[in-house]
Design a protein around this ligand. Structure first.
Ligand SMILES: [Zn+2]
Length: 330
């Protein structure tokens, strides 16, 4: 139950009319950092290469999560071009996801289905990896991997970044057998085909939640941690107000303990997203989503590779890894 929807947020992106205390609206755009400030001649003479603020941190600082590998997954996705549901490009991405996941030793399940949309019936496919646990109970992680149906929209951040983070998490988590099972879902059809509504959006996550309700397995899901738009160089994560309060606390406390309080802020925001499909069926869920309204490129052709930071990908991956550890200990 959000107070306003993504389509209204789209309007708000042009003028931040909603009170800042509610939305976390803020001034932005005056930070300057990046490779451009490095004198190019320096690299030839210094023994240690200058550390770009957006380079991936060392693996020992991120619990093994490799920001470089995650970034390479974003590069690969963007190379397929725009990837809206039902397109040739998304079928190439589906093949890539499945072959990567199998190469990590993941147990991969797929659900192909037809979705009735305002632009006709489209073939869609959810891809889910399942790592078993000792006890009953599932920790679900998820992302969408389709991109907005829009000309020249390659979606490096939306949904390339979160798809990349989930691939790298799968590489690390599939070989592990914890107390509880860990499932990682790659949803098709999150984006609206025409205009965001309860019936034109979240096709993949609604499909998975409905199937799990029919089978009764939805009751086993202890927590659903969703990632969306998690790779921006200047990304800041605000607490999504419709998410489960205890899970928000868990994720944000984990981020603070890891030293990421400058990225995971305490301000609130509101977003409709794939977590809603599970929240509506009683599953506790949290949406980890950057302040996309204010990133300056959301749902525009400027959502391109140059916006993506290896470091942000690694920070989010680290927070997810540690949050899963926390949930495994409960
Ligand atoms: Zn989107």
């Amino acid at each position: 139950m959000t107070s306003y929807s993504r389509k209204i947020l789209r309007a708000a992106a042009f003028a931040c009319l909603i009170p800042a205390s509610l939305t976390g609206c803020k001034a932005s755009g005056n930070e300057s950092r990046g490779a451009a400030s490095q004198p190019p001649f320096m690299s030839a003479v210094v023994s240690v290469p200058p550390q770009n603020a957006d380079d991936a941190p060392p693996l020992k600082k991120t619990g093994g999560f490799d920001g470089k590998r995650a970034f390479a997954h974003v590069v690969k996705q963007v190379s397929f071009g725009p990837r809206p549901s039902g397109s040739q490009a998304i079928s190439h991405l589906q093949d890539y996801l499945q072959s990567e996941l199998k190469s990590y030793g993941c147990n991969v399940e797929t659900d192909s289905f037809g979705a009735d949309t305002p632009v006709g019936r489209l073939p869609m496919k959810n891809i889910v990896v399942k790592s078993p646990g000792e006890k009953t109970g599932v920790i679900l992680l998820g992302t969408h991997y389709d991109t907005l149906l829009k000309e020249n929209f390659v979606g490096a951040d939306d949904a390339g970044s979160s798809t990349a983070v989930m691939l790298e998490l799968a590489r690390l988590l599939c070989p592990q057998h914890g107390r509880y099972a860990v499932w990682i879902a790659f949803f098709d059809g999150e984006e609206a085909m025409k205009q965001w509504s309860d019936t034109d959006s979240r096709y993949g996550s609604r499909q998975m939640a409905a199937r799990l309700s029919t089978s009764g397995d939805i009751k086993k899901i202890k927590a659903f941690l969703l990632a969306d738009i998690v790779g921006g160089r200047k990304a800041q994560f605000l607490r999504e107000s419709s998410s489960n309060p205890a899970l928000i606390e868990l994720v944000w406390n984990t981020a603070a303990k890891l030293g990421y309080s400058a990225v995971f802020l305490n301000a609130m925001t509101s977003a409709e997203d794939d977590h809603d499909s599970f929240m509506k069926r009683g599953v506790p869920a949290v949406d980890v989503i950057a302040d996309f309204m204010n990133n300056g490129y959301w749902h525009t052709p400027q959502d391109s590779l140059d916006k993506i930071s290896q470091r942000t990908l690694a920070v989010v991956g680290h927070v997810f890894l540690e949050s899963v550890k926390q949930l495994q200990s409960k």
